[in-house]
Design a protein around this ligand. Sequence first.
Ligand SMILES: [Zn+2]
Length: 444
Amino acid sequence: MTSSASLRSATKRVDRALAEVDARRDELVALLGDLIRLDTTARELPETPARQERELQALISRRLAHHGATIDMWEPAPHDLPRNAQFPNDVNFDGRPQVLARMPCEGNGPSLLFCGHIDAVTPGVPESWHTPPFDPSIRDGRLYGRGAADMKGGVAAMIIAAEVVSDLGLRSHGELFVGTVTDEEFNGGGAVALAARGPRFGGAIVPEATDFEVYVCCRGWLGLTVHVPGRSGHADAPQPHWRDGGAVNAIEKAILVVHALKELEAKWRKEWEDPYLAPGVLVPTIIQGGEWWVSYPERCTVRFNINYLPGQSDAGGWGVSVKDEIVQQVAAAVADDSWLAANPPAFQWDVNLPAAGIDPESSLVECMSAAASAVGAEPQLGGQHSWDDAATLNLRGTPAITFGPSSLDPAGGRTLHATDESIAIDDLVRTTQALAAAAVLHDG
Ligand SMILES: [Zn+2]
């Protein structure tokens, strides 16, 4: 075929895929409802028991098998994951199986993976919802329920897209896989297990909500708790210098640490930039201090949420030098404070998710942009300010992007992780169409 003939043929196949997705609109909405009805609230602690992850993965497996897919559903063993900064301890997947489905699409070209997470964050205060978070309901063209946008909507979209493309035989130039994983909202372990189990894919699309932009990178993420010591004493009583036995206010000392890290944040803003991402941040998110209202607080802890840009990262996307910089910044700030110099704050690190990205000129980005155009979305490149499983795939040799529906709620706010989470049904359909178009167009 000449290139214009092959372009015409591709356009025809894309048009057929879009029409067929439209015809399956009700099925798509029903599938999303079924996914929301199963409670797969993410774990907070390693030992938090599984909920309905197994039922949900079985539902997906049954349905894809019915469309001719070969299913691999497994519970990773704790030692299947590497022990590293992301997983300092063994990760247990009891009751949290992963699924990798190979659709009946043949061909020798590069393979394509759709990958989505099935866990969703806690519904928060269920009484604050207009309708119960696990009982999906439709109002004004939107489907409401926990996970509607993050990201059971994307998961429903990729399932229907894969079914349409393989049912109609629209992809004969490379294998098509569907992966559904757990724990994205916890430590990213599910996608790491999938990457370790599966082949190295020719490309991957993660349909998290991106407002129909093609996300080509994400920031790295660190969790830090700083423990600041004080010394107790009566709050009404005059206190001598601490060297003479006086009390020391741990809360006031913690404020010095907060100021020091906000100064570092301001420095990052000046020194680092990225075309697709907001600068790194050091946000104090939890502060706890004090024991009694008429006593000098003996202890104060401050938790920080930290994001850094790919440019600030070390090999593999890790934030080793970012951590060093933070420790040095605090050390410099407390050097002038005789109490803290003698009783330095202690650092406790937990969350550790590496930054990653894909070459914005790569063929996968081009393919997804063309697919976005096919559904009328102005193809724009962007970046994930938070973090998602595309990072895992990119860091393990599969070029990966993130692309999905809008995260705006009707009031103009953001619906992700919020009460009354919802997705516009038209967006759900368009996302499905764009994914189907990408599967038709993707050839490396
Ligand atoms: Zn998500």
